[in-house]
Write a protein that binds this ligand. Structure first.
Ligand code: G4P
Length: 492
């Protein structure tokens, strides 16, 4: 019997251009998963070339798809989950961050904390995801290490504990000093800096780090491979192994003997000729074996998983076994949806994967009325994948789609055309926002729905949704109906 090597399942969060791609490449190189720097990007381009809608990515020079990369080092299996950097895809990113045990925050030494770093950090904080900080690009002139540390501490309200110290930056860079080592050999100025840093910042406390209260800080250069080994060592030594995850009826420990996991992402279109989808499942407990039958909680029959996929950086490999912390790709034709729990006995359900209330609502205008069925199928499919949300009004036939960011609308139209051969346009909708409604007393809910039929819709799963013209209207209506709950997120 094979025993599992320790797992470290993590993501890299950063603002665009801070160096996430370069660092990913270096981590994979060091883990032996790729052989030439540049392959991550090159492979990305080859993959993009395969499908039409991904042209949007090329045009905009951004990555809208997440992927999973696995590499091994020092007897440890690292699962690196890529998160899209573009802010329009924060919902997708959020879900990916529900599937990791820790994160690396990459910061550009010349720019400090930037908008997207901050947003992503807040998502990690919501779930107490522990963070190791890597201050990148010390081969160039940057802000002083003290300024950078203070900025992280102030802007993120987080304790910082420097673990390495740059001996100069840019043209004066001479190497890295491990905090705690003897400083005798250092130039006097650096010696003083290190001594100041040692008294000025908290010592590293692994518990505070694992609770998400303190971040150990490393300096380096992804491009020149400075400090990358120290970073990997830190993940290996301190980053938490797979942990228990919130679920009903009770949290599930990785040691739980039965296989359980949840789908945090569904990606269509790996091959445009087959309408196949890959559901990305984070394994939470048990030893998964190929061919095993798992049941999606709440809907559906057990499905036998004959061709699961593990994501090694070079190729997608067929998985025979997988362990807690691993990500498995499950090919399917639309049965599996984001937020689904899969388990051997269907008696558990993971919680905490939200849908966000959309910030942009549009009416879908079909150009050819004979394509209604295809349009409905396409909208349902994309809602399942979590690309967009769809709302079917109680009155009338103008379906409404909701997104968190503009880019999702472009993806929708492009895929409707390329994949579903449906010509459609988007029109302004009279609504500005949506809320999922519920009430402990079904009669009160029904009374509300009956009185507000004109503003009621159903989401993809048939849940009642109130469409409002403004956030103000939501507040106004909520005040008048204290027995009805208006939720801006809906847990799947
Ligand atoms: P991202 O994924 O976070 O968006 O960043 P990416 O790795 O693509 O890096 C953004 C730019 O920063 C790239 O330069 C990259 O070469 C550079 N870079 C990354 N790490 C370092 C570093 O440690 N030092 C220095 N000096 N530069 C670094 P580019 O010119 O935009 O792209 P490219 O043409 O070099 O690929």
């Amino acid at each position: 019997m094979t025993t599992a090597s320790p797992r470290r399942t993590f993501a890299i969060i950063s603002h665009p251009d801070a160096g996430k791609t370069t660092l990913t490449e270096k981590l994979l190189l060091k883990g032996g998963a790729i052989h030439l720097a540049g392959e991550v990007k090159a492979r990305g381009q080859a993959r993009r070339a395969r499908s039409d809608w991904m042209k949007i990515e090329q045009q905009r020079g951004i990555s809208v798809t997440s992927s999973v990369m696995t590499f091994e080092r020092q007897g440890i299996t690292f699962n690196l989950l890529d998160t899209p950097g573009h802010e329009d895809f924060s919902e997708d990113t959020y879900r990916t961050l529900t599937a990791v045990d820790s994160a690396i925050m990459v910061i550009d030494a010349a720019r400090g904390i930037e908008a997207q770093t901050r947003k992503l950090f807040e998502v990690c904080r919501l779930r107490s995801v522990p963070i190791i900080t890597f201050i990148n690009k010390v081969d160039r002139e940057g802000l002083s290490p003290f300024a950078l540390l203070d900025e992280i501490a102030d802007k993120l309200a987080l304790d910082v504990s420097p673990r390495m110290w740059p001996i100069g930056m840019g043209g004066t860079y001479e190497g890295l000093h491990r905090i705690g080592d003897a400083t005798a050999a250092l130039p006097t100025a650096v010696q003083e800096e290190v001594e100041l840093a040692q008294v000025g910042y908290p010592d590293f406390d692994v518990e505070a780090y694992q609770h998400g209260d303190l971040t150990p800080v490393f300096f380096g250069s992804a491009l020149r491979e400075y400090g990358v080994d120290d970073l990997i060592d830190a993940i290996a030594t301190h980053a938490p192994p797979p942990h228990a995850l919130p679920a009903e009826p009770a949290p599930v420990e990785p040691e739980h003997p039965e296989v359980t996991g949840f789908v945090f992402k569904v990606q269509a279109n790996m091959d445009p000729n087959h309408r196949d989808r890959i559901a990305f499942m984070r394994l939470v407990s048990g030893t998964f074996r190929r061919g095993m039958k798992l049941t999606p909680t709440g809907h559906g029959k057990p499905i036998a998983i004959h061709s699961p996929i593990l994501f090694f950086a070079q190729q997608r490999e067929l998985a025979d076994e997988a362990y807690p912390g691993d990500i498995i790709g499950i090919p399917n034709h639309g049965t599996l949806r984001v937020g689904d729990t899969l388990s051997e006995r269907a008696d558990v359900r993971f919680t905490g994967l939200p849908n966000f209330a959309p910030e942009i609502l549009r009416r879908v205008a079909l150009k050819d009325p004979t394509k209604t069925k295809q349009l409905r199928k396409a909208l349902d499919d994309m809602a399942e994948e979590g690309v967009t949300q769809v709302f079917y009004p109680e009155i009338g036939s103008n379906w409404i789609i909701g997104v968190v960011g503009q880019l999702q609308l472009d993806v929708l139209l492009s895929r409707l055309d390329a994949e579903y051969k449906v010509a459609a346009g988007l029109e302004p909708s009279p609504y500005d926002t949506a809320r999922w409604i519920s009430a402990s007393d079904p009669a009160k809910l029904k009374a509300f729905v009956d009185l507000n039929k004109g503003a009621m819709a159903k989401d993809r799963d048939g849940n009642p949704v109130f469409l409002a013209k403004s956030a103000w209207e939501v507040g106004y209506v909520a005040d008048r109906y204290p027995d009805v709950t208006f939720a801006a997120t809906r847990e799947r």
